[in-house]
Design a binder for this molecule. Sequence first.
Ligand code: DGL
Length: 283
Amino acid sequence: MLQRNIEFPQIPGPIGVFDSGFGGLTVLRQIRELMPQYDYLYLGDNARTPYGTRSFEIVYKFTLQAVRYLFQMGCHLVILGCNTASAKALRSIQQNDLSKMDSERRVLGVIRPTAECIGHITKTRHVGIMATPGTIRSCTYDMEIAKLYPDIIVTGEACPMWVPLVENFEFDSPGADYFVEKSINQLLERDKEIDSIILGCTHYPLLQKKILRYTPQNVQLIFQGDYVAHSLQDYLLRHPEMKSRLTLGGTVRYLTTDQPEQFNQSANIFMGQPIQATRIMLE
Ligand code: DGL
């Protein structure tokens, strides 16, 4: 059912978490584990997933629609639980759109908090990034890491098959073995000194078993959910004015742009609990 609001509610509301599909649920799960006291509103643009192979303009347009929708639903703070959206849309939304929409509201991404952790983890100062083609092409990780740790050499490997494997529930299949092994080998071939790999896509925790199987033991894997959750906790400590605009009911609601029945079934696997989503339309 189409739900449309004209103005953004000014009363306190839930934290919004957005992703192109199910991937952001891995981030939501970690955030809720750390901060169960808040209310959350998850929005998955499942009807238009994946974003990873789409152009900058399209990802920006879709992400802006989602942010506006979450603001209309009462969110004062929205987390883009999607690296592709964080890479291609976050900066434009922060710099150009927020002031026009509501300068008091905030949108945060997942790339900066992940980039921040890497300086303390890598010893060789050679780091690999595995992500969607869109995230890799944007070079956002390279730029964020260069700002923080100019001595680190970053090598990105686009993994176009990994999100479709997850979205199609093939993450435990032999097909997944083939594509996971291939991409990891390709990355490590390109820079043999890599000692840490950032998994820069929120879908990838579902491939964890396979990724662990094909990663040499001397290479550290960085799953970003925990870093994003702690960074948000820290942000809220530093921004009491935002904290006061968040409701504390401990609830979570789910919105999807595709069939709710399908979403419920799949989201179950990501969240490990029964889920009842509502269908909405973004435009
Ligand atoms: N989960 C999204 C990310 O973190 C990517 C999924 C997609 O390609 O839509 O980049």
